[in-house]
Design a protein around this ligand. Structure first.
Ligand SMILES: [Fe+2]
Ligand SMILES: [Fe+2]
Length: 176
């Protein structure tokens, strides 16, 4: 199936992530420092931003139409937490055991494949074409700027057909 424009933006990042993951998995005692550096450069420059695009734009856009607790959504979010934790540990270890890089490389490549092979198909089936286009524009805008939060607001606005909602209502909790 042809990727929609919105998801093609994220797929471009995935190619880069798979390359970095491949290098991590092949790290040896000789290359461990170089591959650690390569991963951290990727992570700080592009990886974290990509995760935020998915967490703050892509998955909420899906949840307007689909189940926010879909097993794939939960799996993807759990992967993000695990990869963030492993990246943080790697940043604190200047001379890590290569096993640590192999584990991270495996987690990262499995995560990307899950999104490409399963999650994206579910999202493309759930979100109407015009909203996918809005999502593509929001992702593009955000890639070019640091204003992730503003961009999220704008996609939410357009998802509600240009009618901005009022301030959020307090959550009602039934007692007893
Ligand atoms: Fe992801
Ligand atoms: Fe991704």
């Amino acid at each position: 199936m042809k990727r929609t424009e919105a998801l093609a933006i994220l797929s471009r990042d995935h190619h880069q992530a798979l390359f970095v993951a491949h290098r991590l998995r092949r790290a040896t005692a000789e290359t461990v420092r170089e591959e650690r550096r390569r991963f951290l450069d990727f992570w700080l420059r592009d990886g974290r931003r990509h995760f935020r695009l998915e967490e703050e734009l892509l998955l909420p856009a899906y949840a307007v139409h689909g189940d926010a607790h879909h097993p794939l959504v939960l799996q993807v979010l759990g992967d993000h937490v695990a990869i963030r934790a492993q990246a943080d540990q790697l940043a604190r270890a200047p001379d890590p055991n290569p096993d640590r890089l192999h584990d991270l490389g495996a987690t990262l490549s499995e995560h990307v494949r899950l999104e490409e092979r399963q999650l994206f198909a579910v999202i493309e089936a759930a979100i109407p074409a015009d909203e996918l286009l809005d999502l593509a524009h929001a992702l593009e805008r955000t890639e070019r700027s640091d204003e992730l939060d503003e961009s999220r607001f704008m996609i939410q606005e357009s998802l509600h057909h240009g009618r901005p909602e009022g301030p959020p209502r307090p959550v009602r909790r039934d007692r007893g």
